[in-house]
Design a protein around this ligand. Sequence first.
Ligand code: NAD
Length: 441
Amino acid sequence: MKVTMVGTGYVGLVSGVCFADFGHEVVCVDKDPGKIDTLNAGGVPIYEPGLEALIAKNVQAGRLSFTTDLAAAIDGSDAVFIAVGTPSRRGDGYADLSFVYAAAEEIAGLIPTGDEAFTVVVTKSTVPVGTGDEVERIMAEHAPRGAFEVVSNPEFLREGAAIDDFKRPDRVVVGTKNAQAEAVMRELYRPLFLNETPIVFTERRTSELIKYAANAFLATKITFINEVADLCEAVGANVQEVARGIGLDKRIGGKFLHAGPGYGGSCFPKDTLALARTAEEANVALSIVSAVIDANDARKRRMANKIVAALGGDVHGLRICILGLAFKPNTDDMRDAPSLTIIPRLIDKGAEIVAYDPEAMNEARSHMPDITYATDVYSAIDGADALVIITEWNEFRALDMKRVKQLLNAPNVIDLRNIYRGERLRDLGFSYTNVGYPAVS
Ligand code: NAD
């Protein structure tokens, strides 16, 4: 099969590379010539484990290429994927679909019109219910003689584990009632059929909603355990043991039950907001989703207060070392990262910030140009009055705590990801604060 991927960001690039690795011929297109130049020069514009090697392998095999020229890419394609961004619209939280609709219009002008031609246009971007109908309308308006079918195929990969998620997904969801389009989608995902990955064929609107319902449910799970963590702190219980105790129940499941500073990232915040707006428009109460959004926003803001309280109520003039800026480990993605809420609040309260992240510092600089960025973990810690862990990168999990204590100006550790054991750190003479544990006097 020949595939065009329109949009070469986290999802488009990973999906394109993985389809190529399945054996298809893939052309990844982006409007940003900088991204395409980087890829054509053998670089990778994002950090994602394993991606560089997989790109090199498939480019070398002649199955994968990159271009800004959509017309050349679409020529002869069986499927054209739309994998452009759908950010929150400024001000109202609706999904901004302008990139999706612009891509649809461009694609419409380029699909072939001959008798034999049939193009499947696949929305991989996360889009609200009914977007496929509008894409179809745009396509019909701009390609009245084209033979095409608009299919929904939402993506569930997680940044940081994206390749494995794409190649070994829990399921693939395809929304179409057109047999010819279904056959093309089956062929594209054939290697997964062979692995017995469940493929859910459904109607387009249902497929669109599955993606939002999945993300809203996961965001709810995180927010639930975060609120339970607050209760644990207040009543003297241990959230990790509560999470284990409930997570072993198969009806609940142990994943997404890690208490922390609140969810962030490029998906949960914007997708929960967009789902709430869809529900409002449909006059349906999604009160749980609305409560999750509010609770998570408030939580991120409260984390700065938690740090200040752990440091005696006043951080004016204190130097605070922040480890981890990305919204989660193994990515350089800073979109809606908790660090972006926490750090400016600490600065407002008079703290000086020195930060370190293994991959996200370049991206972080554009959001927070005025903090100090260290070159490695230990130089970030050197001379600080407190060490705060915001993102649980593996390299922060086994720090040499004796060295950390020598380097710190004062032995304060605030661990918003619960990656250290309180007893051990307190034995070493640290003042240690984490999330969802009884306070230690
Ligand atoms: P991104 O911002 O990383 O990438 C989008 C790319 O599309 C950009 O490189 C942009 O230049 C390009 N683009 C925009 N309009 C274009 C056009 N007309 N022609 C060619 N290129 C164009 O976004 P992303 O994180 O890859 O997300 C894409 C979609 O996938 C979103 O809807 C998102 O919600 C969804 N999604 C993302 C993730 C994730 O983890 N990032 C996971 C699942 C689903």
